[in-house]
Each structure stands twice: as structure tokens, then as C-alpha cells.
Ligand binder design. Sequence first.
Ligand SMILES: [Zn+2]
Length: 454
Amino acid sequence: MIDYKKLAKKYHNEIVENLTKWININSVYDESTIKENAPFGKGVSEALNYIATLAKEKGFNVDTCDGYCVEISYGKGDLISIFAHADVVPVSGEWLYPPFSGEVHDGKMYGRGTSDDKGPSLAAFYALCLLKDNNLINNYQVKLIIGGNEESGSKCLEHYFHVLKKPYPKYGFTPDGEFPLIYGEKGIANYKVEQNIKFENVVKIEGGVVANSVIDKAYAIIKAKPDIKEFVSLHFKFMECPYNLIPLEDNMYKLEVIGKAAHGSLPHEGKNAALILMNCLAIYYNDHSLNTVFKYYEDTNGKALGTFYETELLHQTTYNVGLLKYENEKLEYVVNFRYPENVKVDEVINKLNALNIGKVSLLSESEPLLIDPNSKMVQTLLKVYQEETNDYKTKIMTIGGGTYAKESKNTLAFGSHFPNRDDRIHNCNETITIEDLLSSISIYAHAIDELGKL
Ligand SMILES: [Zn+2]
């Protein structure tokens, strides 16, 4: 038996030192500094160069893929690929320590990218170092691909697979999800609904910033009588929504409603401000046409739409109205739609068009991911996780969201978020514990070794 934990400990100082330096590079997508071989801007490019240099120093083969990603490879034979990313989301909120400092306090490193995904990327990198330093890479080829655009569209892997025509792996995983592993992800589509319609007394309605988030704030410009004050006060008290009614000139008002944000894959956990606002106006004006969107999308599983589907593995369809606008007698909204493996998106679009509530058109589509939970790959990775952590309780899972794994084939998310860890991904005070970082090295080294033997 190889003691991966013991072997991983040797890299303790190195990984902490290099992760700090890597966190010091602000690698948020930056359109203003895009140039040749730096398609995502200067910061991302520097972060990719940093890992490329490190990998060369360690004796790996390195391909910098036109600046889209860094491919670190070693060995010959069946291909095992790991997909991680060096770009980060922008910072906001109040940070205890500067977000690009990588300061360590009480065994935790703080900083943007510590958990998502520079820490896990480096853990995978040192897993490769561990295997190579101990001559354990035999009869297989391992590649660690570090992308530069996961957070804003994954154009990195699109370039990698579709422009550079790099091969898909026999087995792949991404350390950009959760442990033990995610063997299924719902399909995700965005569709747009456009309807020419006139709402009496309503000049404008607007809400939402992105399709894959529940609208937490919406407003309307309306013409109303003074009784609107009492009406909205009672209505929003009942709905438990904060609101703001601002009188404008000529009996006009601006009515702003606060709902509750939630991820687009979990619309039932939010309160859609735009739908609640339209429902309120429909009742006030006694105008059914204003209530259509609310009526159809209040149930977030599509039952009212007649397009509800469910399977045992990937569960129920979800529909989230993420962007909505009404102006100049035109209503437009974008729905983030998530679906299990038995759904045909074209059929859903046809059914929605048949409802005659506007023209429905598909904007984007990414198919579901499903790897047989009883497959050798899933069972091997689960066994490795259990042996390395002694956690035999946490079950393998499916999710409504999409991970980096979808960009590849035969690939699933394997860590590196440990159960019950508050790592605050995409939030202020993002952290990773040094202990988890080291555990991830041993889990990944062990996993690659076992996959190499399959
Ligand atoms: Zn990530």
C-alpha cells in the first residue's frame, strides 16, 4: 500500500508558498488588456504563465494553448485528464484580509481563488508531482489542463477541444466541484420569450441581471391613483417583500420591489421580484394579461406550463425567469431552464410556443451529464475518496448546476469542496484550509494512480 498522505506532506511548504504567489496574481477576466496570446486579459495570462513556468521547472511537458489554457502532461498510454482553472470571479464585500494577499490565519489561507479554483488546481498539480517523483506514472498519460475562462463562459476548453482538437480522455475529472463526486448534472438551456402586448397604465417594468439567478430586485413605472399607496402596503406586507413607492409627476409612480436572490438551479429558494411585481399590478389594475408570467412561472418546476419532467437520477425540471423587461408595448424575458436526461429541449420549446404567450426561442443549450453511478470510474473514485478520508457516509450526488466537467467527455467533478466546509466560493473571505489542500493532493494522486490501472 502506498501511503499517499505521507508522500503529500513533503509538498506542504511548496504548495503554501506557490499558492500564495498565485493568489497574489489578480486573474479576473479583463477585456481591456486582451491581446494576442492573452485572450482573457493580463491577469489571467500572468496566472497561466505562473503555472506553466512551475510545471516546466518540475520537468513536465507544457503546452500553453495560444494563451487559452496550460496543458501539463506526462507519460504515455491511455489518457487521464484533469480540468481546473486559474481565472477567478471579481471581488466584492468586506474582506478580513486583502483578497489577493493569500494570508494564512489559523491554518486557513484567505483570498480570491483559494478554493475556486487555484488551491484545488495546485493540489492536482502536486498530485502529478507526487506520482512523477515516485515513478508511479506507468502505462498511462496524465494531463492537467488549467483553463483561463471557466468563470465567464469556458472559452478556454472550447478552444482546447474544438480549435486545437485535443483528445478527450478515457477518464477525466475536475477538482472544481464537491467530494465525494458529482456523477450527474442537469442540462441547462436559456430561452427568450418575446410578446407584443400593451399593458394599460404601465410604462415600464424591468428586473434581473443574469439569466441564471432569481430576480431579487425589479421596478415598474406606472400611472396610478393615490389609493395605490395603501394597496401596495397591504399587498407587499402579505407577500413579505420590502418595496419602495416613489411618486413622480402627473400621477406617475416608480414601484420597486425587493425579492430574494437564489441560484438559477434553485429558483424555489428565491423570491422572484419581477413576477411578484407583475402579480401585484395585475391585481391592482384587475388586468389578467399582467399576470401571465406569474401564473406560468410561479411554480418553478414547469407544471403550469405543461412542461414538467422528472427522472430518478437528475430529478425535476426547473424554470427561472432571470431577466425581464417591458417597454414600448413589448414584453421580453429570459428563462434559465434546467432539465433531466429524458427531456428534448426542442419539444419543450414547441410546447411553450403552443401556449401562445409570445414567441419562444432558444438562446443556448448545454446537454445533461450523466455517468453511470455503478461504472468502474465512479466506484473507483468513490473508493479512493473513502479510503483517504475515512468518510463512508457522504453519498455521491447529482446537481442542477453545471461544472467544468461538461466541457469534456467521460469527465465528472471530483472534489475538492469537502462536505460541511465553509469555503465561501464566489463570496468575500473565500478560504481553504491547508489541511484540505494536503488531503486533496493525496486523494488526487491516489485517484490518478487507480484510474491509470483501469
Ligand atoms: Zn470554479
